[in-house]
Design a protein around this ligand. Structure first.
Ligand code: SDX
Length: 393
């Protein structure tokens, strides 16, 4: 209706954009961060190395890695006034609402007088946000269960430090196992960025107006919260529990999904871009298998997930709509095995996605030709009409 608009015109009017950060080929199930295949990163890269790759465009050398780690360490603790916010949230506050509010508040506490480029520089601001997102998540959990907030340790890598802050008890230290640390690190790597999805587009939209990084990422957290987006990892577990508790067979649930009147969706299936397997789902499925085996955990929900996947992949309803498992189908199984409470599953996704949001925010902010996003619409409302007081009509 509006005629062909070129990408450049469309850039500001539709939110479509040029980006050098993440490449997805939905037909072939390809995902690369700055050109590096996700399979390589999941197998060999730490989350922080992956974060540096996404944000700064290259995997770090030893000096850069050491410097960024010390920035993370120096910025991993919350300003004492930030901690008062936890007492103000009601005990049943959803962790995603706490996370988005606290990230927005971070700007005021950490950089009250400056826009960060003056005060601490982008590199430290990025480390600050990545470090503190993790600390806020763990602190909100401790506040929620009525335990003292646990300080980060300065000798632990990122994933291990998070587990320490989450699970160290007032009466017992927590030592993670290599399997758990590896599984969490890989989970975070797989969630670090994913091109122009709902929440990342939100971050770019807010950034295009010139908003600071913290405000933009806080908006991304809220967009991710939706059950069709980042909230799907929780919804998958709820779906598997519903099948288990209802003593349903996988096929019975599949048949319910196929009956449109039920309104039921196969959570963790389908994707706007992947018209084949989401490569992250493939990696997470084998990681769930090996992690539970190595930890000698048997999770009936994993067995149900496998049966549901098998039944769905054999059913033309899903094949004809090109619906395959996405990143959320198996991720919840891993988070359960680690011991993450279910209402924090989407927070875990947000912790993983923070480097991607930072990289995308920077790409918009650094673009000299950047114009404010202003998507267009097709108007379908009332034609022009006279104003009449209601009683005259
Ligand atoms: C993420 O974009 C990203 O990159 C997101 C993400 C990232 O890393 O940021 O990958 C993370 O959000 C993954 C998606 C997590 N969400 C879910 O798992 C929720 C369940 N999935 C669906 O809601 C859906 O598949 C979406 C939202 C993921 C995609 O929706 P689309 O592309 O708008 O597809 P659609 O709703 O137009 O569906 C097309 C058809 C419809 O049937 P018909 O009208 O043609 O008969 O497929 C059906 C839909 O009813 N369909 C499903 C289904 N997903 C689509 N039917 C049953 N179960 C499903 N899950």
């Amino acid at each position: 209706a509006t005629g062909l608009i070129t990408l450049d015109d469309g850039y500001a009017n539709t939110g479509s954009c040029r980006s050098a950060i993440t490449f997805i080929d939905g037909e072939r199930g390809i995902l690369r961060y700055r050109g590096v295949p996700i399979e390589d990163l999941a197998a060999r890269s730490s989350f922080i190395e992956t974060a540096e790759l996404l944000i700064f465009g290259q995997l770090p050398d030893d000096e850069e890695r050491a410097e960024f780690r010390s920035l993370l360490t120096e910025n991993s603790w919350l300003h004492r006034d930030m901690r008062k916010h936890f007492d103000a949230f009601p005990k049943n506050a959803h962790p995603m609402s706490i996370l988005s509010a606290m990230i927005s508040a971070l700007q005021s506490h950490d950089l009250p007088e400056h826009h960060f480029t003056d005060a601490m520089g982008f590199r430290e601001a990025a480390a600050n946000l990545i470090a503190k997102t993790r600390t806020i998540a763990a602190a909100s959990y401790k506040s929620h269960i009525g335990q003292p907030i646990v300080y980060p340790r300065y000798d632990l890598p990122y994933a291990e430090n998070f587990l320490h802050m989450m699970f160290t008890q007032p009466y017992r230290d927590y030592e993670t196992t290599p399997e758990v640390a590896h599984a969490l690190n890989m989970f975070l790597v797989l969630h670090a960025d994913h091109e122009q999805n709902c929440s990342t587009s939100t971050v770019r939209m807010v950034a295009s107006g010139g908003a600071n990084m913290y405000a933009s990422v806080s908006a991304g957290v809220n967009a991710l919260w939706g059950p069709l987006h980042g909230g799907a990892n929780m919804a998958v577990i709820e779906m598997l529990e519903q099948i288990r508790d209802g003593s349903l067979s996988a096929q019975q649930y599949i048949d319910r999904v196929k009956d449109k009147k039920s309104g039921a969706k196969l959570m963790g299936f389908g994707h706007r871009v992947y018209r084949n397997f989401d490569p992250r789902a493939t990696i997470l499925k084998s990681a769930a298998d090996s992690m539970l085996d190595s930890m000698h955990i048997t999770d009936p929900l994993l067995d149900i997930a496998r049966e549901v996947e098998q039944a769905a992949l054999a059913d033309d309803y899903f094949a004809s709509r090109r619906l395959y498992p996405n990143v959320d189908f198996y991720s919840g199984i891993i988070l359960r095995a680690i011991g993450i409470p279910m209402d924090m599953f989407t927070v875990m996704f947000a912790i993983g996605r923070t480097p991607g949001w930072i990289a995308q925010w920077k790409e918009v902010t650094d673009n000299p030709g950047q114009r404010i996003y202003r998507p267009r619409q097709v108007y379908v409302g009332e034609p022009q009409r006279e104003w009449k007081a209601r009683e005259d009509r």
